[in-house]
Ligand binder design. Structure first.
Ligand code: FE2
Length: 441
């Protein structure tokens, strides 16, 4: 039986394509001057062993002057890619030096970085050509998470690296110009999978959750992590720019979180952290999980307490917030809800818009067989209100086996899209992306 990640629109595309002046239905807002880039796994051949193990491919669309000026898709041509090395080598072992660069793409310090959590970033050009490994001039000596957090006020990039061998967890901070200015080893009890973290106005938050490295899986052609009923679960709250001695660990109910929607600290020492929470992950196998639902952790650091509450009963992933609100109180968030499909379709997905203040939601339904990926909010201008802008997503249409870039009006979320850009080939389901305006390059 074909593995799910090689089937339908999970299957890789074979061609690296360039197309200019794409057909547009509707009108692309003049405010959108830049490029929407998204990363995802696209195995070069065969079965890589896990959805997360495909070589990274970027799909980008540049918008300019109300036109969709180009579409490109390009492999991230890391050294290991060029050498033809696969993450699972011919001997069946995981090759931990292989750089897949398949998870996210972000801009910081004038550079565009393709990220995967087990190695250093790979810099790419705005046209998606690979520049090469970027390790902050040799200062970055650990891996880098695919989910760094860019402070919208200071311009600093807060991130971490984790590994299966010591140092297990290291906090890093880069200044607005893209210089690595701080690295601090953080003590954790074991080698867990730390996919994302959070920042607030004052703090960073590590999530040490019970998906733990199992060395016996290093030769099993799958993720070398599994659920532990014994490890426990804790959040580490540390002042921004702090070190190991400053971390306050507070226990939470065991769970797993790939992705944080956002976090804030309305009063110092009192944090609200909104996450897509799995009740467990990879307990029975490396594909086993129950869906994630949006939860809020309310943390009192001094008291060492955490209140946990479900905010919604939908099964959601890929939560995103207005990047100008990262670490600050945000009213609106976006996520992808996945449901079993209607007759004739394997799955249905809708984009959900959360109004976290009012406690309400809106949905954008794309129609039968049309499945969106992560939705990325782009403000209409630098000083536009939180809801004044657009949500961009690639949408796959199963009936025509094709994809488009859909632009929604965030303030009229359920309405007909503002614009739909037809793409010359389908975009496989992938992971994360960013809007990269000219101004940040
Ligand atoms: Fe992720």
């Amino acid at each position: 039986m074909t593995k799910f990640y090689l089937d339908g629109n999970f299957a890789p595309v074979r061609d690296e394509t360039t197309a200019y002046d794409l057909p547009v239905e509707g009108a692309i807002p003049d405010a959108l001057e830049g490029r929407y880039l998204r990363n995802g796994p696209n195995p070069t051949a065969g079965d890589p062993g896990h959805w997360f193990f495909g070589e990274g491919m970027l799909h980008g669309v540049e918008l300019r002057g109300g036109r969709a000026t180009w579409y490109r898709n390009r492999y991230v041509r890391t050294e290991s890619f060029e050498a033809g090395r696969r993450l699972v080598g011919d001997n069946g072992m995981l090759d931990l030096e292989v750089t897949l660069a398949n998870t996210h793409v972000v801009a910081h310090g004038g550079r565009i970085l393709a990220l995967v959590e087990n190695t250093a970033p790979t810099e790419v050009t705005p046209g998606l050509d690979t520049v090469g490994r970027f390790d902050y001039g040799g200062r970055l000596t650990t891996a880098m998470t695919a989910h760094p957090k860019l402070c919208p006020v200071s311009g600093e990039l807060h991130f971490f690296g984790y590994g299966v061998f010591p140092p297990l967890l290291t906090y890093h901070r880069a200044d607005a110009a893209g210089n690595l200015v701080q690295s601090e080893e953080i003590s954790v009890p074991g080698p867990t999978m730390l996919h994302d973290f959070a920042i607030t106005e004052h703090s960073v938050v590590f999530m040490d959750l019970p998906v733990v490295c199992d060395p016996s899986l290093l030769m099993a052609k799958t993720m070398p992590y599994r659920w532990s009923d014994d490890y426990g679960a804790r959040l580490g709250i540390m002042p921004r720019g702090g070190g190991n001695a400053d971390v306050r660990w507070v226990d939470v109910e065991p769970c797993y979180v790939f992705h944080v929607l956002n976090a804030s600290e309305p009063q110092p020492g009192h944090l609200e952290i909104d996450v897509a929470r799995y009740p467990h992950l990879w307990r029975e196998s490396q594909d086993a999980f129950e869906p994630a639902r949006l939860h809020r952790w309310t943390v009192d650091v001094a008291a060492g307490t955490v209140k946990e509450e479900a905010l919604d009963d939908r099964a959601v992933e890929f939560p995103r917030v207005d990047e100008r609100r990262v670490g600050r109180p945000a009213r609106f968030g976006y996520a992808v809800e996945t449901r079993p499909g209607p007759a004739g379709f394997a799955m249905e997905a809708v984009l959900v818009k959360y109004d976290l203040k009012a406690g309400t939601t809106e949905e954008h339904r794309f129609g039968p067989g049309r499945v969106p990926g992560e939705g990325v909010f782009v403000p209409a201008s630098d000083d536009a209100g939180e809801d004044d802008g657009y949500v961009l997503a690639y949408v796959y249409d199963a009936a025509t086996d094709s994809s488009s870039l859909v632009i929604l009006d965030a303030g009229a979320f359920a309405a007909t899209p503002v614009a739909t850009v037809a793409l010359p080939q389908r975009v496989p389901f992938g992971f994360h992306g960013s809007w990269v305006p000219d101004a940040v390059l």
